[in-house]
Design a protein around this ligand. Structure first.
Ligand SMILES: NC(=O)c1ccc[n+]([C@@H]2O[C@H](COP(=O)([O-])OP(=O)(O)OC[C@H]3O[C@@H](n4cnc5c(N)ncnc54)[C@H](OP(=O)(O)O)[C@@H]3O)[C@@H](O)[C@H]2O)c1
Length: 311
């Protein structure tokens, strides 16, 4: 399989990668877009003419963002709707309230490195519950809306280079046997998001739905709240929020990815697979671990996710 390269790179912004693309008539949802990278993702999709819904757990903040984006872009069709990804009822209510086709779904919400082992009401570890399982539930519930998009639909799983710090531990996703560690729990959840893209693309390609995963890069946002508000990445490797939103927008709208699914993009280019992580993690930030692209792992995660949500 040839790796996809593009004219864009780590300096490209969300505006750059979507220049000249008309999204009028397209309907999009961006989760967790009341702050950070999601706001710029929404702003760019709205600027290109899409009807965009911000799915967020702080409705007031989401409404304020929607109003600001509308004012900024002149696009009145920016909405806010409540979504708490760790609560199955909230996910179900959001999906049930959605009517008509859905062209673009950006699974952007996330939490990073929650310091203490925390579980949701279903007993699921919080990073896995938020980053993967809630989005799995949401996306599978929205399958029919995605399948009814006139020109095919795209889903973007906003993962992280943090996935390189560990695989999904299928026999213990909730840390009931192993000692909790915030890094491996974040890594597990972000690996899961890539595996979801692999499995969903294989299952849903015939329905016209493609799913890819992206790493936004290192961007100073609220995401670092659990690690003292600081970004560990060396300054020269950090990006602005507008650069950070570029790879999500690229995966959501670029004609270069027509019919392409199940892949992982970093800095607007497909990442090179690696079978080990060297001691210096920064050497490998633009690679993808082979365990995250493994089709068997992807199928196993799909079955596990269905079972966990049915329990
Ligand atoms: N910034 C980086 O350096 C970086 C690097 C790699 C990957 N990423 C990924 O990029 C995505 C966006 O992150 P960001 O940097 O823009 O951080 P952010 O500003 O903290 O955005 C994350 C959003 O997710 C929302 N969220 C968290 N838990 C949720 C839940 N249970 N239900 C619904 N929404 C929830 C948060 O809402 P609240 O504000 O209400 O908590 C927040 O608005 C994340 O998936 C993150 O893992 C970021």
């Amino acid at each position: 399989m040839t790796r996809i390269s593009t004219p864009f790179d780590r300096t490209s912004t969300a505006d750059d990668v979507s220049e000249g693309i008309d999204l009028t008539g397209k309907r999009a949802i961006v989760t967790g877009a009341a702050s950070g990278i999601g706001v710029e993702t929404v702003r760019t999709l709205a600027r290109r003419g899409a009807d965009v819904t911000i799915a967020a757990r702080r409705p007031d903040a989401a409404r304020r963002v929607a109003e600001a984006v509308s004012a900024d872009t002149g696009n009145p069709n920016v909405h806010a709707a409540p979504l708490e990804l760790t609560d199955r009822r909230s996910v179900a209510a959001f999906a049930e309230a959605w009517t008509g086709p859905l062209d673009l779904l950006v699974n952007n919400a996330g939490v990073m490195m929650v310091q203490e082992l925390t579980r949701n009401a279903d007993g699921r570890e919080m990073q896995f519950a938020t980053n993967h399982l809630g989005h799995f539930d949401l996306t599978t519930r929205l399958h029919d809306a995605l399948a009814s998009a006139a020109d095919g639909a795209r889903v973007v799983a906003v993962s992280s280079s943090g996935h390189l710090f560990g695989p999904v531990v299928f026999d213990d996703v909730d840390y009931r046997f192993r000692r909790y560690d915030p890094v491996s729990a974040y890594a597990q959840s972000k690996t899961a998001e890539i595996l979801f893209a692999v499995a969903a693309s294989r299952r849903w390609a015939a329905d016209g739905i493609t799913v890819n995963a992206v790493n936004p890069g290192a961007i100073k946002t609220d995401l670092q709240r659990h690690v003292g508000g600081t970004l560990a990445t060396p300054e020269h490797l950090q990006k602005t929020v507008r650069q950070g939103a570029s790879t999500s927008v690229f995966a959501a709208v670029s004609p270069l990815l027509e019919g392409v699914g199940g892949r992982y993009f970093n800095d607007n280019a497909e990442a090179a697979p690696v079978t080990e992580r060297l001691d210096d993690p920064w050497l490998l930030v633009d690679t993808v671990a082979t365990y995250a692209l493994d089709p068997e792992g992807a199928d196993r995660l799909w079955a596990l996710s269905e079972a966990l949500l049915a329990a």
